[in-house]
Design a binder for this molecule. Structure first.
Ligand code: C2O
Length: 557
């Protein structure tokens, strides 16, 4: 094991996409940002230097941060932001993980341009549980706004309206040659391959607000890993990846003559009404030898256009069924080398409703939510408010007063039929409330989508842990019947899992990581509206079960 040093200079960078030139906030002038590469067991130190006018923090999404919560990154949860001119060194060790994750800004909507891959290779003497690929290639799915995304979110928060949708999705930073009137072959990512080889694609969804389908025309993909945990391999033509999720797939290239090209495409999955980003992004799978620029036109690519699932409201049921089947295919490897370490019995059970609600409209404004109110989002009817100082500091120094309370309810209030007639009163209350867990508690959480306003899946992300998804279903979770059907053999291990629209998921984890851990919807608009909460895990009795003191350069609020 070794220590790897990185410097992330946060600086402005001028970039042109869709014929719009603008300045974006970047790491080292790159979009998407640079990859962080390490081996399992390595220590990583990333010096983040803020040269821009906005505050910044970086989150290492999916990294367990075992006893290194000070390096986790969510603003006002584990740290105060890094202010203009300041530096903070994130310092952590990668423990018990190998695969693909992502890093991204964790403040406001800066992650729209501040994100990049985390590539965790197996330890030096260890191999993959599948044939060694010829090459490994990160594929980052993102979202492009012609305007400043900070303006989009500020407007959405002030008025409580749905935000403007983005102008395009991107593959490795480019919108691609099709579907977008203003894009050239320079605006296209080309995946260059040679025939008859196996490639490992490390696919990351870094989009702000959309789950994305992904497909490569005429090619089958073999899924081997999700969220930096190996899965039982399975084949598929279409992937679905939620924001925050990562999927490693093997791509077997065909023994075909050179110069063939196939389209790679990604498009949005929205299970219902509401704002629909209907842009599709594309890239090109290009067999050796390269095409000339003039050959890369929509015209000679139409033959190899991949079939993505229909994503309009009329085909709603088919897509929902496809998604449920696809999700159920994910199983952890659960063998002797990579056991699935999840609680077989449970100490504490939680039932959380997740969904949209409303808050009163501020005076002298017009809000577009139901009954002229502001849209809001909540867990157990509580819309989480970020404090003005970091919860982890307040907790560590024993000064919770005015920062947070520890009365987050284990069940929703009021209880109702989540898929029946919506109640008249959709109001949620505001609060900064956490659940406190004793060290090593075995936890089960059922997340029930309310679908009161808007039918969308909620990709829930838990910081500081991987959890095991033991069950999922549609309609109301039934505590008497559904647990009997739980998968307690090879549940998939993830850090982000989508709660299906009008349905539920159940997951388990051991609370073996002391600190304050955020849990939230990874659709940024829902997080911003309050679909978030915090867990506090207390220290254990042993020295190696305690959270160490904060590093001396931890930013102050
Ligand atoms: Cu990837 Cu709290 O986020």
């Amino acid at each position: 094991c070794r220590t790897r040093h990185y410097t992330f200079n946060i600086k402005n960078h001028t970039i042109t996409r869709l014929c719009h030139t603008k300045s974006i906030v970047s790491v080292n002038g790159k979009f998407p940002g640079p990859p962080l590469v390490a081996r399992e067991g390595d220590r990583v130190i990333i010096k983040v230097v803020n040269h821009v006018s906005s505050n910044v923090t970086i989150h290492w999404h999916g990294v367990r941060q075992l006893r290194s919560g000070w390096a986790d990154g969510p603003a006002y949860v584990t740290q105060c932001p890094i202010q203009t001119g300041q530096t903070y060194a994130y310092n952590f060790t990668i423990t018990g993980q190998r695969g693909t994750l992502l890093w991204h800004a964790h403040i406001s909507w800066l992650r729209s341009t501040l994100h990049g891959p985390i590539i965790i290779l197996p330890r030096r003497n260890e191999s993959y549980p599948f044939d060694k690929p010829y090459k490994e290639i990160p594929i980052i799915l993102g979202e492009w706004f012609n305007v400043d995304p900070e303006d989009v979110i500020n407007q959405a928060l002030q008025l409580g309206n749905g935000p403007n949708v983005s102008d395009a999705f991107t593959i490795n930073g480019f919108p691609g040659p099709l579907y977008n009137s203003c894009s050239s072959s320079n605006d296209t990512f080309k995946l260059k391959v040679i025939p008859g080889k196996t490639y490992l694609l490390r696919i990351i969804n870094a989009a702000l607000n959309d789950e994305l389908f992904f497909s490569i025309a005429n090619h089958t993909l073999t899924v081997v890993e999700a969220d930096a945990a190996y899965v039982k391999p399975f084949q598929t033509n279409i992937l679905l990846i939620a924001p925050g999720q990562t999927t490693n797939v093997l791509l077997q290239t065909k023994p075909i003559p050179p110069n063939a090209t196939f389209l790679i495409a990604a498009s949005s999955y929205f299970t219902g009404q509401g704002t629909v980003d209907n842009t599709t992004t594309s890239a090109i799978l290009q067999y050796h030898k390269p095409l000339t620029h003039s050959n890369v036109s929509p015209h000679n690519l139409t033959l190899s256009r991949p079939s993505l699932p229909p994503v309009n409201a009329t085909k709603f049921v088919n897509v929902t069924q496809f998604v449920a089947n696809f999700t159920a295919k994910f199983r952890s490897l659960a063998n002797s080398k990579f056991p699935a370490n999840f609680p077989k019995t449970v100490d504490r059970k939680f039932f959380f409703t997740v969904g949209l609600g409303t808050n009163p409209c501020p005076k002298n404004t017009t809000c577009q939510g139901p009954n002229g109110q502001k849209f809001s989002a909540s867990v157990n009817n509580i819309s989480f408010v970020l404090p003005s100082t970091a919860i982890l500091q307040a907790y560590y120094f024993g000064q919770p007063k005015g920062v947070y309370t520890t009365d987050f309810p284990a069940n929703p209030h009021p209880s109702f039929n989540y898929t029946g007639t919506p109640p008249n009163n959709t109001m949620v209350s505001n609060g900064t409330r956490a659940v406190v867990l004793a060290f090593n508690t075995s936890v089960e959480v059922v997340l029930q989508d309310t679908s009161i306003l808007g039918a969308e899946s909620h990709p829930l992300h838990l910081h500081g842990f991987n959890f095991f998804v033991v069950g999922q279903g549609f309609g109301n979770f039934d505590p008497n019947k559904d647990p009997a059907k739980f998968n307690l053999v090879d549940p998939v291990e993830r850090n982000t899992a989508a709660v299906p629209s009008g349905g539920w998921i159940a997951f388990r984890f051991f609370a073996d990581n002391p600190g304050v851990w955020f849990m939230h919807c990874h659709l940024d608009i829902h997080t911003s509206w309050g679909l978030r909460m915090a867990w506090i895990v207390l220290d254990g009795p042993q020295p190696n079960q305690k959270l160490p003191p904060p590093p001396s350069d931890l930013p102050k609020c």
